[in-house]
Design a binder for this molecule. Sequence first.
Ligand code: ADP
Length: 325
Amino acid sequence: MSDPSAFAAALAAALDSITDPSSSQGLAASGRGRARRVDAVVDAVIEVGGLDSAQRESIEQQVHAALSAIPGVEQVRVLLTAERAQGPKLIAVASGKGGVGKSTVAANLAIALARRGVKVGLVDADIYGPSQPRLLDAQIQPEAHDKKLVPVPTKMGVPLLSLGQLVKPGQAVAWRGPMAGNALNQLVDAHWDGAEALIVDMPPGTGDVQLSMIQKHKPAGAVIVSTPQDLALIDAERAIDLFNKAGVPMIGLIENMAGYQCPKCGEISDPFGQGGAEAEARRLGLPFLGRIPLAIEIRRASDAGTPDPTPFEGVADAVAAWLNR
Ligand code: ADP
């Protein structure tokens, strides 16, 4: 099965074909089971708290059989855990400065993870230029229930909350200090019920807003987006420093706008040379998650509000593997 969305749906359907003994819903619907794939391997995590050993064993066997029956699946690994997953894991997507494609990477990463079966939401915390509502074609004001915001569903399968949905389009966002902090808190402390991971499109740079957000919400990991030039200018290094100081683990570095992809023949040329970012990541002790070319199609798809995550599949695999580790 090559269509990623169909694959994610097949995973959920397979889990829902098995009944949760405690709620008589399917395992995915009841929130007990999650499954995701990396290549032809499917990892399932089933929360079995409150079930007796016979029920656990039976569930493990049924999950294994149901997931193995999906076309294209070569290996299934089932992990039983006693504890219910607590709130979503935050993955901060950050950069040393604006304009390096951080928001584009964050959106496409979230979409690609959703297509792998990860229950993922997107938080657009970029106070200086909240672009996600346009990128995901979701310029809708979120509703609130019980004083908490309700994420806005999008066509790309990734629910979104953005500062851009809270202000009028085009209105300059010049929030500072506590006001920005309060608004950002509302985006994270929202009804993200059932989400395993939140991709957080961070404000660019390394100032107080970024630091207080990191300290308050303790991301589980951080991804740094950089262009080859930005790396040379040590902007990325400052961003890495900020997370290191706050004790946030580094997932790795993504090099964006690396090389130029010819719109006619698709060939990628490297006017600035190649391999610098990977070497730089090694020097900084960071995993290198991959390079995304400068391609007109990426900008077009973003502007049209219909991102196509194909060029981002490799980095999404790396982040999915990090989540599964
Ligand atoms: P940031 O969030 O770092 O400020 P954006 O994601 O808003 O940057 O990207 C800035 C501009 O560059 C946007 O117009 C976007 O469509 C474009 N862009 C980002 N990455 C690429 C890429 N790999 N190829 C072509 N255009 C890109």
